[in-house]
Design a protein around this ligand. Structure first.
Ligand SMILES: [Zn+2]
Length: 103
């Protein structure tokens, strides 16, 4: 039996490579809205972040989403995303197997 390849993506804040299910996707939709995409299936340019508010804060500080999404992201949008991020964090953590989380 061959092990299945796990697609890896890079967190735009801390640059760690992780499996897609370990990351939260932020998407820039075709009408230029920037939102969190928990399904990972929304159309648009995506950027990935670890499912941790600390990584979101790092991305906000370094403007990592501006670069990853190739469009300026305003402070208001970062603030809104941060609130959304905190709101989805618990759901996100509950959704994945905590046993393989070493932290
Ligand atoms: Zn990260």
């Amino acid at each position: 039996m061959r092990p299945r390849k796990i697609p890896l993506r890079k967190c735009v804040a801390c640059q760690q490579m992780l499996a897609k299910k370990e990351l939260i996707r932020v998407v820039r939709t075709p009408d230029e809205a920037v939102l969190i995409d928990l399904t990972g299936k929304k159309a648009g340019r995506g950027a990935y972040l670890c499912g941790k508010v600390s990584c979101f804060k790092l991305a906000k500080k370094s403007k990592a989403l501006d670069r990853a999404l190739k469009q300026p992201v305003s402070t208001e949008i970062y603030d809104q995303l941060e609130q959304d991020f905190i709101a989805v964090e618990d759901e996100f953590i509950a959704a994945k197997d905590r046993a393989d989380d070493d932290e």
